[in-house]
Design a protein around this ligand. Structure first.
Ligand code: ADP
Ligand code: MG
Length: 328
């Protein structure tokens, strides 16, 4: 039912999967430490539920997930993971060590896996939560290693990945240590404070709130922040979209946002934005691709116009007369 696929393309994919697991485990603190652009080492530690002693090995078996109990659960997926592919995939292309302790267990478990095989398993004292360390990524996969870029590039992919989750989960305290730089978000629940930690105070202060509330349910369907027209960037890398708190890549959503800025920004200038879309689980399919960053909306045009409406409303209220007129 769930097609197998390549989940791990580069170090940032490992970070993504481990961070998603930490978030699914209810962590409020997640620390990511990388060395050598993540190829040498990636360590993700969380204070989430942990894995019970007798389930640790199971977690590394292909398609073993604790997050779905029935195929019908696929119609409404509230967790970031659900395919049970990440850990076995990572473990097959690296040396992985996990120390985890479930809150109900009185000690933790340490498991060492090298290229898919368990090489060591012991009980170990640990505080509740999970720490996964991945070393020598792709050492046994020369084809993958060839596609890796410089340490600086792989590091920046990881920084972007952590940044996205820090924006989507402002209530979680994220720490990132790349060996040369560090990032720490306050975990206060305030999106603006997370933005200040990531992009600086000036950016945070120049963002405008957006909001569309569904009239029937009274619930917010589009929220987040967008930059004032005076604040823009030369590329699209500062626009992030989250659907039910999952980071997604979508041309359609990007286009909706850019179009709404038409007349407010010069050509080839792009806004900064964090757009949170809340939608009924049955209105969106996330099981499109193994990386789960693609989504299919049941009625995409409604989402499109909700974003446009939210952005347009905010921009117009902020500056009723666009400074740059539509050409022609
Ligand atoms: P999925 O996330 O799709 O379920 P994974 O391979 O990423 O699959 O993880 C397998 C299982 O291992 C999860 O379903 C979960 O039960 C457990 N697990 C993995 N990481 C953590 C973590 N950080 N904290 C608690 N449990 C975890
Ligand atoms: Mg997972």
């Amino acid at each position: 039912m769930i097609a197998a696929g390549e989940v791990i393309e580069r170090p940032a994919s490992v970070v993504k999967e481990l961070v998603e697991n930490a978030l699914d485990a209810g962590a409020t603190e997640i620390s990511v430490e990388i060395r050598g652009g993540g190829v040498e080492q990636i360590r993700v530690a969380d204070n989430g539920y942990g894995i019970p002693h007798d389930e640790v090995e199971l977690a590394f078996q292909r398609f073993a997930t604790s997050k779905l109990s029935d195929a019908s659960d696929l119609d409404a997926i509230p967790t970031l993971g659900f395919r049970g592919e990440a850990l076995p995939s990572i473990a097959s292309v690296a040396r992985l060590s996990v120390v985890t302790r479930h809150a109900d267990d009185d000690s933790g478990t340490r498991l060492e896996i090298t290229e898919g095989r368990i090489v060591d398993r012991q009980r170990q004292g640990a505080s509740p939560g999970t720490a996964m360390t991945v070393r020598q990524l792709f050492r046994n996969v020369p084809a993958r290693r060839k596609f890796l870029r410089t340490t600086a590039t792989e590091t920046s992919h990881i920084q972007n990945m952590v940044t996205r989750y820090a924006l989507a989960y402002p209530e979680v305290r994220f720490a990132l240590d790349t060996g040369n730089s560090s990032l720490l978000t306050p975990g206060s629940g305030s999106l603006r404070e997370a933005i200040a930690a990531i992009h600086g105070l000036n950016v945070a202060e120049n963002m405008l709130d957006i909001s569309v509330v569904d009239e029937r349910s009274g619930q917010s369907t589009v929220g987040g922040v967008i930059s004032q027209p005076a604040l823009s960037r030369a590329n699209r890398g500062y626009m992030s979209f989250f659907v039910n708190r999952r980071w997604v890549q979508s041309r359609m959503l990007g286009y909706a946002l850019e179009q709404a800025y038409h007349g407010f920004l010069k050509e080839r200038r792009y806004p900064l934005a964090v757009v949170n879309i809340t939608i009924d689980y049955d209105q969106v399919d996330v099981n499109v691709h193994p990386s789960k960053t693609e989504v299919r909306f049941r009625s995409g045009d409604r989402v499109f116009s909700a974003i446009q409406q939210a952005v347009r409303q905010t921009l117009t209220a902020h500056s009723p007369v666009p400074e740059i007129r539509r050409a022609g």
